[in-house]
Design a protein around this ligand. Structure first.
Ligand code: IMP
Length: 429
């Protein structure tokens, strides 16, 4: 495909990074299109674990050029730290390998402060944000007072905009107990210095990507967060502030409407969530510890960005179907099948009982999941590489999801390592 768009179809943390890592070996460009450093992508290569928040996971691969799209909000402090971290790990980072859209927006220390202030004000109604300033940065964007990467190229404009923005932030926090104002001069000095370093990376990435497509190059658009956190179609207000759905890749990256597009939906064999909000299939019994892990392994269910234990539950087929439809998913990748080993029974929610509702994501606690039960299986799946080597009950579970979704599951991952994947279609190798 000319353009592959890879998105998570749950509440984020589906294990997208590992598929990006697999696919990026065939790509010319890998581009992030939404969100900011609220995302956390973990890639395991041998003994090495890469945790990235802003840079596309494809950056680990030497071949593709990495791109940050216009629809993103980017904290330059975090970005520079990640660039440095990769350099220290022996991965070259330079303007021929990384392009940042001149239309992406900047996240400032003011946005972070407002994120924390807003959450404190919400009290019991808090969203459980990552505290990275994402919501306030998008508010400024929509309010037409945001600061663009393009402004980093024009020093006077950058100083004017930063001054106005930081003065407004300081005015809001001045009399709030527990919050302190931020020295405006310090922010201006820091951002002016970072502008100099980042300047060579700033580009009209839409133009670059359109030209690349016309020359037959391949692009992978790498989603962040998950479809259920989408600002328009997720469980509002317990969502993130950007559009995480596949069609937003076209808008954010400025590639028009390419003909040759494939949408890859990634999901876990069970459901997880960080932060507040509805979770119809959440479990609170002894299954919780099995699904979450105890935190001793890097792939256990603890937030990459915040370290919070993730809430866990059974696979929700109702939401999965809805999100696959909204994203136009063509093929699916399933992760973490190995985690379910040893459970006597595995469940998938196939319908919501109770009162019929217009939108199951906006009912706040009123749906009752109806489950289909599947017999469990034993054994460590992490060394399995061939479909037929999986226990028959595990295969049966995967096939049942596939039949329920009516979308092929092309990859099944059974461990965090690059090679711990079962390819169901040899063409994908
Ligand atoms: P925000 O994006 O920091 O404003 O947080 C809004 C909601 O989205 C919170 O419930 C976060 O926990 C959740 N969230 C944001 N980014 C991610 C992610 O990458 N994975 C999982 N949850 C996320």
């Amino acid at each position: 495909m000319a353009l592959d768009i890879l998105i998570g179809v749950q509440w984020g943390d589906e294990g997208k990074g590992r598929f990006v890592d697999l696919l990026s070996q065939q790509m010319d460009y890998v581009a992030r299109f939404a969100g900011g450093d609220n995302a956390g992508h973990t890639i395991h290569i041998g003994e090495r674990v890469f945790k990235l928040h802003l840079l596309p996971s494809g950056m680990i691969d030497p071949r593709p050029i990495s791109v940050l799209g216009a629809g993103m909000v980017i904290n330059p402090v975090v970005l520079l730290k990640e660039m440095e971290f990769l350099r220290e790990s022996g991965i070259p980072v330079n303007p021929s390998r990384l392009l940042i859209s001149h239309r992406a927006h900047l996240v400032t220390p003011g946005h972070r402060l407002l994120d924390q202030l807003n959450e404190a004000r919400r009290g019991a109604q808090k969203i459980g944000t990552t505290g990275r300033g994402i919501g306030p940065a998008y508010v400024d964007k929509v309010n037409r007072s945001g600061i663009l990467f393009n402004d980093l190229l024009i020093p006077d404009r950058l100083i004017d905009k930063l001054t106005m923005h930081m003065e407004e932030v300081n005015q809001r926090v001045r009399d709030v107990v527990g919050f302190e104002t931020i020295p405006v001069d310090q922010v201006i000095d820091d951002y002016t210095a970072m502008a100099e370093i980042l300047r060579p990376y700033i580009a009209d990435v839409g133009e670059v990507l359109r030209q690349a497509l016309s020359r037959g190059k391949r692009i992978l658009a790498e989603g962040a967060q998950g479809a259920l956190l989408d600002i328009d179609h997720g469980g509002y207000p317990f969502v993130t502030s950007s559009s995480c759905l596949a069609p937003n890749a076209l808008l954010s990256l400025g590639v028009g409407m390419p003909k040759d597009v494939r949408v890859i939906g990634v999901f876990k064999a069970f459901q997880t969530r960080v932060g507040e909000g509805d979770f119809p299939t959440e479990v609170f019994d002894e299954t919780t510890a099995i699904l979450r892990g105890d935190g001793s392994k890097p792939w256990d269910e603890f937030g990459t960005t915040t370290g919070r234990p993730r809430r866990v539950g059974w696979l929700d087929g109702v939401l999965l179907r809805q999100m696959a439809a909204l994203n136009g998913v063509s093929v699916l990748g399933l992760t973490k099948l190995d985690v379910l080993s040893g459970l006597p029974v595995v469940k998938m929610c196939t319908a919501y009982g109770g009162q019929k509702v217009l939108d199951p994501l906006l009912v706040q606690g009123q749906v009752e999941p109806t489950y289909q039960d599947f017999p469990g299986w034993e054994g460590d799946l992490q060394s399995v590489r061939k479909w037929l080597d999986l226990p028959s009950n595990a295969r049966h579970y995967v096939e049942a999801i596939e039949a329920f979704m009516d979308i092929p599951i092309r990859w099944v991952s059974v461990g965090p390592e690059r090679q711990q994947v079962i390819y169901r279609d040899e063409d994908d190798r």
